[in-house]
Every structure is written in C-alpha cells, then in structure tokens.
Unconditional design. Structure first.
Length: 277
C-alpha cells in the first residue's frame, strides 16, 4: 500500500508539472500578444506625432483678399487660431449688391475630410461677419472655408504656417471688433504692398535689361553681314515683344500696389478715428 501511494503521488506530481508547463507557455504567449497589441495600439495613435505633416499646397488667403461672387463681395479681414480652445475666429466684410435685405450666408470649414462645427457668431451692421469654428483637429495643416451666398459659391484656404495665433477667443464689443478687423486688414495689406514692391523691382530690372540688350544689338549690326543682320533683327523683335509683355505686367502690378497703398492709408485713418472716439 505504501508503494502504491508513493507511485500515485509521483504520477500526480508529474501531471501537475505538465499543467504548470502548459500554463506558463500559455501565459507567456498571452504576454507576448499583449505586448505586441499595446505597441501597435500606441503606434497607431501616435503615428501623426511621429511622421511629418503633409501639405497639399492649397492657395493661402491673406487679409485683404477679395472673394468676388458677383452679387456679393467678401473681403477677408482676419483669421485667427486659438490652439487652447481648438478654434478659429474668422472675420469677413461683405458687400451685398442685391436688393435682398436678409441674404442667407452659409459657411463650411474643412480640414481634409474633417468638417468642423462652424457658426456665425455675430453680424455687425449687415457688413461684417464674425465666424467661429470649433473642434479643429490638433495636428491640422490646411483648411478650406467654403462660402455660399444665394446661388453663388466660392472658397478660401489657410494653413498652420500663415494663420495668426491668438491666446483665447474674446467677446468684444462691435466697435472693438471693427478696430480688430481693420487692424488685421492693414497687416494683410502691408504684406501685399511689400510683395508688390519686390515684384515691381524685379519687373523693372528685367525691362531695363531688355532695353540694354536692344541697344547692344543695335550697335552690333554695324559690323555684321546681311545674314547676321537678319538674325539680329529677329532677336530684337523677340526681345521687344517680351519687353512689351513685361511692361503690361508692370502696369498691372503698379495699379494693385497703388490701390492697396491707398486702401491701407484710408484704413489707418478710420482706425485712428475709432480709437479716439
């Protein structure tokens, strides 16, 4: 009996060890699975932080940009991003050229496929619209604002590099909103004026170079054969045509420059008057 009891104990001990071995193996497999799952989960949700931001290269609006929709003319005055509140505040001025006293405006803001909650926060004197958009994606790069007025539609874009950063959304009076909008508009106009000054200088330099080239070609014809003179004549014609094209482009840039400069000075006068009131 003693021998039988000892053998049974041994058999039971072996069985227990086998069970423990299976349990340890299963437990180890479970641990490996959990580790892999956690790593994959963390990678999925942090991949946007790891990989660089992607830009599609949309056209970015500058305060002062005009959205001409025939019967309705919108002007972007301000576009701010408040990171703490994940919100945008956009100010647009609008000219209603219709007889509709109560036009219906609709605005939709999208970041890729994400549609943000966009509200008309306030309309001031039927000519200035303050928009607020909430739930802006934390890692946004580019957004598009779609504008609808009656049967007319258009859109403007912004990216995280050019947008104005603000600390918080403020509840301002109508007067303070007007001052804020006009100051932001002036800042945008200043950027436009500076860009146009650079472009005007480049065009002026190209036109002067073309003129000098024509003078040089004229001088070279004195010692050329008839065949060489024909080639020079063709070159001169080509350069003269290009110079006329550059002059036309310069006229357009000068007109825009003068208009923006005049607009900037008028806005400065209005702001100065509002501040003193």
């Amino acid at each position: 009996m003693r021998v039988s009891f000892t053998m049974n104990d041994k058999i039971k001990s072996v069985r227990d060890k086998i069970k423990q071995l299976h349990y340890r193996r299963g437990n180890k497999s479970l641990k490996i699975f959990l580790v892999i799952f956690i790593i994959g989960f963390a990678f999925f949700f942090s991949s946007r932080l790891i990989f660089p931001k992607v830009y599609r290269g949309i056209d970015v609006a500058i305060p002062g940009d005009v959205i001409d929709m025939e019967s309705y003319i919108f002007t972007l005055e301000s576009w701010e991003y408040v990171e703490k509140e994940k919100a945008f505040e956009i100010i647009l001025s609008v000219q209603n050229l219709t007889l509709n006293k109560h036009p219906k405006y609709e605005f939709t803001l999208k970041a890729d496929n994400d549609v943000m909650e966009t509200q008309i926060y306030r309309i001031i004197k039927d000519e200035r619209i303050i928009l607020r958009a909430y739930n802006v994606p934390r890692r946004w790069t580019e957004v598009t604002l779609s504008i609808s007025a009656g049967r007319f539609n258009s859109h403007i874009g912004m990216n995280d590099k050019e947008v104005t950063k603000a600390d918080k959304l403020e509840n301002l009076s109508d007067k303070d909103y007007e001052i804020k909008a006009r100051k932001a508009l002036m800042a945008g106009l200043k950027v436009k004026i500076q860009n146009e000054e650079r472009e005007i200088k480049k065009l002026d330099s190209k036109i002067n170079y073309a003129y000098d080239k024509l003078v040089k070609l004229d001088e070279e014809t004195e010692n050329q054969t008839e065949a060489e003179k024909e080639k020079t004549k063709a070159s001169k014609s080509q350069i003269a045509n290009e110079m006329e094209r550059l002059k036309g482009e310069l006229d357009v840039k000068m007109a825009a420059y003068n208009e923006h400069k005049e607009k900037y000075l008028k806005e400065a006068q209005i702001v100065d008057k509002l501040v003193k009131e």
